[in-house]
Structures are given as structure tokens and as C-alpha cells.
Design a protein around this ligand. Structure first.
Ligand code: DC
Length: 231
């Protein structure tokens, strides 16, 4: 393990298994894990619930001071819950199809990004953090010691997401999931503010043919190499 605490930034397309990897690494290293997608999803949920029109950024900006996002860690299940103004919304932000359909548009609003990036940078001040998202290595922590850019074939990603939704009791089809995923990838990579892109110094990790353990083992070798090179 690196002697001193580092920041691990994980970016990549939707449903690439970024959070799974981030959680495994955080557990192994004793670091904090933050899924920044959950923060954008929580903002999207708040806007939907309060019927705030996401096509009016000034109205969205006015709502932001009323949004408080926290994370609570459940030691029994080793899972992290997202709290929106004190209410546990973890399940809802993951399975509500309305959240999935607006979240990329919400995350393209600069005011929303500024609001959340500030909180994310604050969370990483002490280092010892694994954060996943779309702009972690490029915008949130451009000086992160380890940056990973995760990719996988879209059909493989859609199947993984479908399995996840089905396990949570959601009725949906492979076509619907693939269409939503491709739409989100397109919006995320083409938006004007902080588009999803690989940081110049990020390591690309294509996990199309890797299982969770193989992916984890590979990244742990990178972390050990970092230690040897003095980080
Ligand atoms: O990782 P996810 O699918 O839960 O993310 C939900 C949306 O939030 C995704 O469409 C892109 C956006 N997002 C972002 O723009 N920047 C981040 N750091 C994290 C997520």
C-alpha cells in the first residue's frame, strides 16, 4: 500500500462497474468511497419532486441552496446510503426511471456542477479517498495520484445494468436499458461543461472481458507500483 494516503479518481461511461471497483479499493485500503453519480441523481430527484423545470438553469440554481446531500455508511451491509435532506433516497435514485432519464441533462447544468464539485473537493481534502464519476480526474482532482478511465463494450454494460435492475425487481428490457445508456454516454461526453473524457495521465481499463476479481487484482498491482515509485 502507498505509505501516504492518495486520491484515486475513477471515471468512465455509464454502467462500467466504476462504483463496484471503487468500493472494493476503498475497503481494501481503508479509504472513503464516494460515488459522485449518486450526488447528481439526488439533485435530479429533488428537482423532479419539486417540479422544477430543468430546462431553466436559473430556476435550478435557485433550488440548489435547499439541497443537502450526505452519505451514511451501513457497517452491517457494507453499503453506502445517499441522504437527500436527511431522507434515505438510495433505492429511489437507482431504480426510478425518471431519475435515469433526466440525470444527464441535470448534470450538464454548470450551476449544478459547480455546486457539487465544491462539495466533492471538500470531501477529498484529507486524501484517502476513492471517488468515481465522469470528471474526477479531469476537473475535481486533476492532481489525483491514480486516475483510472474505465470502459467496456456497450452491450456488455447494458446486460450488467439489466441484471442489476432485475435483481432490484425493476421490469425493463435490454433494448430500453441500452438506449438509456447510450443516450447518457452521448450527453455526458458532448456537454459543454466538464464532458466525460479520459485525462491525459489516466490509465485506461477496458473490463469487457474481466470479472470483478480480475479487475480488482489488476488495479491493486498498479497501486503497489505507485508505492514502489515513491507515492
Ligand atoms: O454514475 P451514474 O450513472 O450514477 O451517474 C449519473 C449521471 O450523473 C450520469 O449520466 C452523468 C452524471 N455524472 C456527472 O456528470 N459527473 C459525475 N462526476 C458523476 C456523474
Amino acid at each position: 500500500m502507498p505509505e501516504s494516503k492518495i486520491i484515486i479518481a475513477i471515471d468512465g461511461y455509464s454502467s462500467c462497474g466504476k462504483s463496484t471497483l471503487a468500493k472494493q479499493l476503498a475497503k481494501q485500503l481503508g479509504y472513503r468511497f464516494i460515488d459522485t453519480g449518486a450526488m447528481y441523481r439526488a439533485v435530479a430527484l429533488y428537482l423532479l419532486k419539486n417540479q422544477i423545470d430543468i430546462h431553466h438553469p436559473e430556476m435550478v440554481a435557485e433550488a440548489l441552496p435547499f439541497i443537502k446531500i450526505d452519505f451514511s455508511y451501513n457497517a452491517d451491509t457494507q453499503t453506502q446510503q445517499t441522504l437527500l435532506n436527511g431522507e434515505n433516497v438510495e433505492q429511489e435514485i437507482r431504480i426510478n426511471p425518471r431519475v435515469a432519464s433526466v440525470v444527464s441533462d441535470v448534470s450538464a447544468i454548470s450551476e449544478v456542477r459547480r455546486f457539487l464539485v465544491k462539495q466533492q473537493q471538500e470531501l477529498g481534502k484529507e486524501k484517502g479517498i476513492v471517488m468515481d464519476g465522469r470528471d474526477i480526474g479531469t476537473v475535481v482532482f486533476p492532481d489525483a495520484e491514480l486516475k483510472i478511465f474505465v470502459t467496456a463494450q456497450p452491450t456488455v454494460r447494458a446486460q450488467r445494468r439489466l441484471d442489476e435492475l432485475k435483481a432490484k425487481g425493476q421490469q425493463t428490457t435490454a433494448e430500453e436499458v441500452l438506449a438509456n445508456l447510450e443516450k447518457r454516454d452521448r450527453i455526458d461526453s458532448t456537454r459543454a461543461d466538464s464532458p466525460l473524457k479520459k485525462a491525459a495521465d489516466a490509465i485506461e481499463l477496458d473490463n469487457t472481458h474481466l470479472n470483478r476479481q480480475e479487475q480488482f487484482d489488476l488495479v491493486m498491482t498498479w497501486i503497489k507500483q505507485l508505492k514502489q515509485t515513491g507515492n
